[in-house]
Design a protein around this ligand. Structure first.
Ligand code: AMP
Length: 283
């Protein structure tokens, strides 16, 4: 596996491996990230992974400074997952002279849900993706369903700008107790990590209510909310909503594929999870 540390190393590698399969990450890699690499390996193109903690997508009171970073460990994990190259850009590579790319106005939906809780977050994601995609020109790019609203942003982005990159969404990889894997799980104490299982359990409970034939959103959400309330480690629910799975528009009844989106705080850690509610996925 090649380790690329400069733009000129990246350009040289790309000249031999044009339009690769691309997995953008912020590092502190875990099995969720590696599942994206393994999926990317099924394509015919070489797999390039970027590791860049993007300052533009963090709010002023967020954890940009303390976000876990470990290049050596990440490179080892990527090599074992079969990546062909890893690229560690500097901030100057991505935002030369501190300049961030200008972004078209994002649709209003990106000011809701995560966008409401983290103002400016999706603008920052759009800025880094603009720069990464314009340098890498990937044929395919791989993202996790865990950041559901981000996957909607990626689809919007390539359509709006006519970018010839196929967006591939990969399922959520979970810890044994059901907790969605996340780099920020490292911040949890063992006790909090155990308690955090309630989040996915609440979503699975909501899913069972839906599978039993319930389509009323208030009813389905009350099932999930009541379970979460029993766990005292959950300090706050930032949001728990069911939205249209394709557009994220609010709905009151499930008549088309929907998604239940949950963000809750355990200790100081914000944890995201979601599950798609669709007849298509029913056994
Ligand atoms: P991040 O490093 O947090 O920016 O994540 C990089 C990519 O990995 C994003 O597309 C995430 O959605 C994806 N990802 C993170 N956690 C998981 C997970 N548990 N399962 C699948 N994909 C994930």
């Amino acid at each position: 596996m090649k380790i690329l540390k400069t733009l000129s190393q990246l350009h040289t590698w790309l000249s031999q491996n044009p339009h690769p399969s691309f997995v953008p990450t912020m590092g502190a890699l875990h099995a969720g990230h590696l599942s994206l690499v393994k999926k990317a390996k099924q394509s015919t193109k070489p797999v390039l992974v970027s590791v860049f903690v993007n300052p533009a997508q963090f709010g002023p009171d967020e954890d940009f400074q303390t976000y876990p970073r470990d290049e050596k460990k990440d490179a080892k994990l990527l090599e074992s997952a079969g990546a062909d190259a890893v690229w560690f850009p500097t901030e100057e590579d991505i935002y030369p002279d501190g300049k961030r790319p200008k972004i078209l106005h994002l649709p209003d939906i990106f000011s809701e849900l995560e966008g409401r809780e983290r103002p400016g977050h999706f603008l920052g994601v759009a800025q880094v993706i603009t720069r990464l995609f314009s340098l890498v020109k990937p044929s395919k790019a791989f993202f996790g369903q865990k950041d559901y609203q981000q996957t909607i942003l990626m689809h919007w982005f390539v359509e709006e700008l006519n970018i010839p990159t196929a967006i591939v969404i990969c399922p959520i990889v979970r810890e044994q107790n059901g907790l969605a894997m996340s780099s920020r799980n490292e911040y949890l104490s063992p006790q909090e990590r155990e308690a955090a299982a309630v989040l996915s359990q609440s979503l699975f409970l909501a899913e069972s209510a839906f599978k039993e034939g319930n389509t009323d959103i208030k009813y389905i959400l009350s099932k999930a909310r009541n379970l979460i309330k029993k766990q005292r480690e959950v300090k706050k629910i930032d949001y728990l909503e069911i939205r249209d799975a394709g557009t994220l528009a609010p709905i009151s009844k499930i008549t088309r594929p929907a998604v239940i989106l949950l963000v809750a705080r355990i200790g100081k850690v914000r944890l995201l999870d979601n599950i798609i509610l669709s007849r298509k996925y029913m056994k």
